[in-house]
Design a protein. Structure first.
Length: 473
């Protein structure tokens, strides 16, 4: 249709026994750039659906032979079933309910206006376009391995480039920086898996989880009887366990300075000693460290050794916060949904447009970890099918940049029509313009929820939000 970004030429089938309606719809829809075929009986319509796929089927409820409702289900048996719009001259609640129960997308009463028909067809095609994008997202997510960064944004591509570069230097120390929850350990695993150390172990430890003495014993191991309570046979440390592979020191900024000095020696000499030992042991490991702190500031404040900082800072990979990766949010959301769907044994097929926009507009201060938790919550609440906005946890909302303030401009209502309907239509339209169609912010300004706002947009035929940048490879 005109001004509709739809892949290919939309295909529509009109099934109606009235010649005037069939040909009228053919003329109307073809003028909108749509491929139209017609059928004047139920049998003819079913036959055409068997021969080819259609995007939308306009079905009269009162057909000779078999009525429209009796064949509705058989018209939607393809792998990608068409949206069915039912035409009825008997606008009863019973007919509408029955049509919707059998899978109809919408019901239009005769006589209908051209504007009403075009609005319904456009909405069907927009929804199908969204479903096609969701299918692509699912396919793309399934292609990704467990140790591959998910994302197509420029910032995450830069991280992927750095990973590929440092992977060819299997002994180079790497420092991964970024906010909590951005996926620093995943970056470390990617470096390991892309290097020739991938056949060796990947060993991780959180430096903030243990006190100095316990952390030293865990890292270097200890000899038998080296301290009270020590294992009588001694213990192998993580440096030894990671031989031939990678040792990941998470949150290294939390490490005490005395232990920092011992780690520095390992980086300089490539050897270590167990606690209570006198023999040097070769440290055949790549060290990858991560922190959510600014280590340069920590050095200036005397909390982190400057010499260790330079030893760690050979190759730095900064992981961007999720707020800077908006176009990656749908990919990540579908990846987590696929995971939780399998774990819970549920058929979770994707996200509605409203829930997708909610996810993309939220700031995500907890980054990917918070997003994963939100999708897990939605997966538990949703009984199956599409994740809707009501299944998501409550978010604080607001713009990604954190600015919710909008100038309260004077709204001058136009026209002589002072009906509540007209005034509300203009108000809603103006607020959408002021917020640049940020649905969360517009709904907040209007004092309504997002679902109510979407209903008003459809009710007043206000159009659709400006196209967001499409995810592309």
């Amino acid at each position: 249709m005109k001004n509709l970004n739809y892949p290919g030429l939309p295909r529509i089938l009109v099934i109606d026994d009235e010649d005037g309606i069939r040909e009228g719809l053919r003329t109307l829809l073809q003028s909108e750039g749509v491929s139209v075929e017609t059928a004047k009986s139920a049998e003819d319509g079913i036959q055409r659906v068997k021969q080819k796929n259609f995007d939308v089927i306009i079905l009269d409820i009162n057909l000779p032979g078999a009525d429209g409702l009796s064949i509705l289900s058989s018209l939607r048996t393809n792998s990608s079933p068409a949206d069915v719009v039912v035409l009825t001259g008997y606008g009863t609640v019973a007919n509408t309910v029955e049509a919707m129960r059998k899978g109809a997308t919408d019901v239009i009463e005769k006589p209908f206006t051209h504007d009403r028909m075009l609005a319904v067809i456009r909405r069907c095609l927009e929804t199908r376009q969204l479903k096609n994008e969701l299918t692509w997202l699912h396919d793309r997510v399934r292609e990704l391995t467990a140790t591959e960064l998910i994302g197509l944004s420029p910032s995450i591509r830069e991280v992927q480039t750095l990973i590929d570069q440092v992977a060819h230097a299997p002994d180079t120390t790497v420092l991964v920086t970024g906010q909590s929850g951005t996926g620093k350990e995943l970056v470390a695993r990617c470096v390991h898996e892309h290097s020739n150390r991938r056949h060796g172990p990947f060993v991780a430890i959180n430096c903030a989880a243990l006190n100095e003495n316990l952390l030293e014993a865990e890292l270097f191991g200890y000899e038998a009887g080296s301290f009270t309570g020590a294992n009588k046979e001694g213990k192998q440390g993580l440096f030894a366990m990671a031989a031939g592979g990678t040792l990941f020191l998470d949150e290294i900024g939390e490490m005490e300075k005395t232990l920092q000095a011992k780690l520095l020696r390992v980086l300089q000499e490539r050897t270590f000693r167990r606690v209570g030992g006198v023999q040097d042991i070769a440290a055949d490991v790549r060290i990858i460290a991560s922190t959510n702190r600014d280590l340069r500031s920590e050095v200036d404040g005397g909390r982190f050794r400057e010499d260790l900082f330079y030893r760690l800072n050979v190759m730095t990979i900064e992981v961007p916060p999720l707020a800077e990766r908006q176009q990656d949010i749908p990919l990540l959301a579908h990846y987590f949904l696929d995971q939780f769907g399998r774990q819970m044994g549920k058929s979770l097929t994707g996200f509605t447009e409203e829930s997708t926009e909610t996810l993309c507009e939220y700031r995500w201060p907890g980054n990917i970890r918070e997003l994963k938790n939100a999708i897990e919550h939605a997966s538990i609440v949703c009984p199956g099918g599409m994740i809707d906005e009501c299944h998501l946890p409550k978010f604080s909302g607001g713009a990604v940049d954190g600015s919710d303030a909008i100038a309260r401009n004077v709204i001058v209502l136009e026209g002589a029509d002072c009906s509540i309907r007209n005034l509300e239509s203009q108000l809603v339209g103006r607020v959408l313009e002021m917020t640049k169609w940020n649905i969360s912010r517009a709904a907040s300004m209007l004092g309504i929820n997002r679902t109510t706002l979407y209903n008003k947009i459809r009710l007043y035929n206000l159009g659709s939000r400006p196209s967001r940048a499409q995810v592309s490879v």
